[in-house]
Design a protein around this ligand. Structure first.
Ligand code: G3H
Ligand code: ZN
Length: 267
């Protein structure tokens, strides 16, 4: 499944329209910063409205929640799924907080919980200069231990993926052998998630799906489509001041990116 980030009504509209045209359920995510900007309850209401109007399955997900407090805020606002990102913590600390997230999520209905192990470099923007180190990658045995000790439903893995798009336009190749190893050790105890879905060559994406990835997060390519379309429209139409006219090509550009990603993921 594609998981697409949004921080305002027009990005969500573009994702929802692409999904309904392709008759595919999608995950719509807000990162911590995106959720704070839009409002967690506002995100929930907007997603509800699109679901009702389109009869579509949209899963509202918190992406990279960095504290228990922010995860609780999203759950209390009615999110369907949460990602606690403790990848910057020690293994023990990550497990400890992750367990608290799982406990909170499970006592409030059946909310899906995603954890993260391994270190993902970069940020959701183009032009990333990153050097991936071997120790950044998810260790298969530790991944299994992490899943068993926390009870998470899905695990974000570091297999050579980065956040954002690498300088030069194409990300480094994924370590697909490492992914297969993780998949074998973890078996079916958790879904595997690929972050940093922007800039990855299509053939790597397809191979990752064949090797067990079931959720792919995409943000930067949507952000780039957004600002490029907006910049072009304003340059071409310097006197236009009606926001919904300005936003029309922006929605179309994002929709195009989401459509091509969904097609790629459903190959
Ligand atoms: O959590 C969000 C994703 O990992 C986004 O990655 O900005 O490289 O598409 P991306
Ligand atoms: Zn991510």
């Amino acid at each position: 499944m594609g998981a697409f980030n949004f921080c305002n009504a027009e990005i969500l509209r573009a994702i929802a329209e692409a999904a309904v045209e392709l008759k595919t359920p999608v995950i719509v995510s807000t990162s911590q910063g995106e959720g704070v900007f839009l409002g967690f309850k506002q995100a929930r209401s907007l997603v509800n409205a699109w679901q009702e109007q389109l009869g579509l399955d949209l899963i509202l997900h918190l992406d990279h929640g960095k504290s228990l407090d922010i995860v609780k805020t999203a759950i209390d606002a009615g999110y369907d799924s949460v990602h606690f990102d403790g990848s910057g913590l020690s293994f023990a600390e990550n497990v400890k907080l992750m367990r608290q997230v799982v406990e909170y999520a499970k006592q409030k209905n059946s909310i899906m919980v995603e954890g993260e192990l391994g270190y993902l470099r970069g940020a959701s923007a183009p032009g990333q200069k990153v050097i991936i180190k071997k120790k950044d990658l998810t260790n298969p045995a530790m991944a299994n231990k992490f899943i068993q000790e926390t009870g998470i439903d899905s695990l974000a893995v570091a297999i050579g993926n980065i956040h954002g798009i690498a300088q030069g336009g194409q990300d480094p190749h994924l370590d697909l052998a490492r992914l297969s190893e993780i998949q074998q050790v973890v078996a079916n105890s958790a879904f595997l998630v690929l972050h940093g879905g922007s800039g990855i060559p299509d053939k790597d994406v397809k191979q990752a799906i064949k090797s067990g990835i079931v959720k792919i997060n995409v943000n930067t390519e949507l952000r780039v489509a957004y600002v490029n379309a907006l910049r072009k429209f304003l340059q071409d139409n310097p006197h236009e001041t009606t926001p919904y006219k300005v936003m029309e090509p922006v929605v179309a550009a994002i929709k195009q990116v989401v459509t091509s990603k969904i097609r790629l993921f459903n190959f």
